[in-house]
Design a protein. Structure first.
Length: 280
């Protein structure tokens, strides 16, 4: 596994003595090679997908769909040909499936009607095809992932440290987020709790508005936060993709909490203090 999340998961599971293998799925990848890697494995974690942050041109939208749907379809087909398939399939997903007007837990049916929501729906639909009497499927709906050394925080910290931080748009949009360490721990929690399946929100229990997030970062970094970024600028740069930054997502991790999972970083303050303390 590679990437910001994949690398963290690989480090965690290797450190506790698990065997971890990475699988790269390309157009040229044969089913035979995938079956060889999957057969006899206990768990598959599917993190495939191009970065959702970007300008959504028609070409990039196509890439976003192909990198998720086609990869997942190929893995599902290979899994179904295994004599000893993994007992657990953990599939990355996103809180972008929900609309921007309600509070959400996993039982919410207030879904969005935009490109991102449709993409998540279709991706989850393909992943659920892996479900069988031998394999359970968990759909990990990630919020914004914060941690040191990568992800969203790597892009956010530099301007704030230079005193160039500020709210985005009107700042009222809610951000559902999770610390990388809690995300990794939640993955391990799901593997151990075999009674859990279906959608699971990977978000801290306290979402935060963009304005409050901005104030918190300024306070912890001891920097001013006057350089607001107007919505029109974000839309000009990112086009339709600006919805990821400007639309509200207020999402709660009911399934994880009801099952007994305890967050090490339940508040943005606690997460930010850890990230800044470690990164200096």
């Amino acid at each position: 596994m590679n990437g910001f999340i994949g690398s963290a998961l690989a480090r965690f599971f290797k450190a506790r003595g698990d065997d971890v293998s990475s699988i790269s799925v390309r157009v040229s990848t044969s089913f035979e090679s995938l079956i060889e890697k999957l057969d006899g494995c206990d768990v598959i974690i599917n993190l495939a997908g191009a970065n959702i942050l970007g300008r959504w041109s028609d070409g990039y939208k196509k890439l976003l769909r192909q990198s998720r749907l086609e990869t997942t379809q190929k893995l599902v087909e290979a899994l179904k040909r295994c004599s000893l398939p993994p007992h657990t399939w953990l599939n990355a997903s996103a809180v972008g499936v929900y609309d921007s007007y309600h509070q959400h837990d996993e039982f919410s049916r207030d879904f969005g009607e935009d490109f991102l929501s449709e993409l998540v729906h279709d991706w989850e639909h393909e992943a659920l095809k892996a479900s069988s009497e031998n394999t359970r499927v968990c759909l990990m709906r990630f919020g914004v992932v914060y941690g040191r050394g990568g992800g969203a925080m790597e892009k956010m910290l530099p301007p704030f440290k230079m005193g160039l931080g500020g709210k985005m748009g009107d700042g009222f949009q809610m951000i559902s987020w999770i610390h990388l360490e809690d995300l990794v721990r939640a993955v391990a929690f799901l593997i151990e709790h075999k009674e859990i399946e279906g959608p699971i929100n990977f978000t801290a229990p306290e979402p935060i508005s963009n304005l409050e997030q901005t104030k918190t970062m300024g306070r912890i970094l001891h920097r001013p936060t006057f350089f607001d970024l107007p919505a029109w600028v974000v839309k000009f740069v990112f086009g339709e993709g600006s919805s990821v930054m400007l639309e509200s997502k207020e999402v709660y991790p009911r399934i994880l909490q009801d099952a007994g999972f305890v967050f090490n970083y339940p508040t943005f303050d606690s997460a930010m203090e850890e990230i800044v303390h470690v990164q200096g």
